[in-house]
Design a protein around this ligand. Structure first.
Ligand SMILES: [Mg+2]
Ligand SMILES: [Zn+2]
Length: 221
């Protein structure tokens, strides 16, 4: 695998963070105490999400109905179609819930894109378990995004948050908004700022010029 385009989900493809929205709607109130520990840097997102998921009280039906109302970037489906047309291998890498990512992408007609995310399972009537098949030992995140891309020679990443920081640091090209864009700017690191996927789509055919590597030139030729 020489080039990989990785795209965050929460707050990047969706307009809001769906993990936060689900916790606000369905978790026991102690979830905010766990969140505060994470925000203060005392725990990583893996411990944070494991404990918060255990506080969820929602049936599968209720959760699915909630997910079906989640707003998605209007150009998200077009973005994946463009990637297909241009031969750009794209994966969704999310430190959120795979259940949510899969259902939202299916709703917008995106069915064959690989999804790398934390594994959410229903246990009993309204309880949930989160597992971390993509964690890395030296990393506190649920999904270590930089480990996901380690076999790729050229990495293009699109994201917005803290879970994107490690992969952005090893990427050849970064599209960023929100926290990630500010963090890159503060550290004097390159990033293409974007507000929505219409802007990302407009740059896709230019990727060859933005990352002038033989591998990429070959792929999109
Ligand atoms: Mg995000
Ligand atoms: Zn990492």
């Amino acid at each position: 695998m020489s080039l990989i385009l990785t795209c965050d989900f929460d707050g990047t493809l969706t307009l809001k963070d769906t993990v936060d929205a689900i916790l606000e709607a369905f978790a026991e109130p102690e979830w905010t105490e766990v969140e505060a520990e994470w925000a203060a840097g005392r725990i990583g997102s893996r411990d944070c999400l494991r404990r918060q998921t255990a506080l969820l009280r929602v049936t599968q039906q209720e959760l699915n109905a909630f997910i079906d109302d989640i707003a998605v970037d209007p150009d998200a489906a077009g973005f994946f179609a463009d990637c297909g047309r241009l031969g750009l291998p794209v994966q969704v890498v999310s430190d959120g819930f795979d259940w949510v990512v899969r259902r939202v992408l299916a709703r917008i007609g995106v069915r064959h894109t690989p999804i790398i995310a934390n594994h959410l399972t229903a246990v009993g009537e309204d309880r949930w378990l989160l597992q971390f098949p993509h964690a890395a030992p030296q990393c506190g995140s649920g999904v270590c995004k930089c480990a996901v891309v380690k076999s790729a020679r050229t990495v293009v990443h699109i994201g917005d948050g803290r879970s994107d920081a490690c992969v952005a640091d090893v990427a050849d090209l970064v599209f960023a908004k929100g926290w990630l864009l500010e963090q890159r700017q503060q550290r004097g690191l390159p990033a293409i700022g974007f507000e929505n996927f219409a802007e990302v789509r407009a740059r896709l055919a230019d990727l060859e010029a933005l990352i002038p590597t033989p591998a990429l030139a070959q792929r999109i030729a």
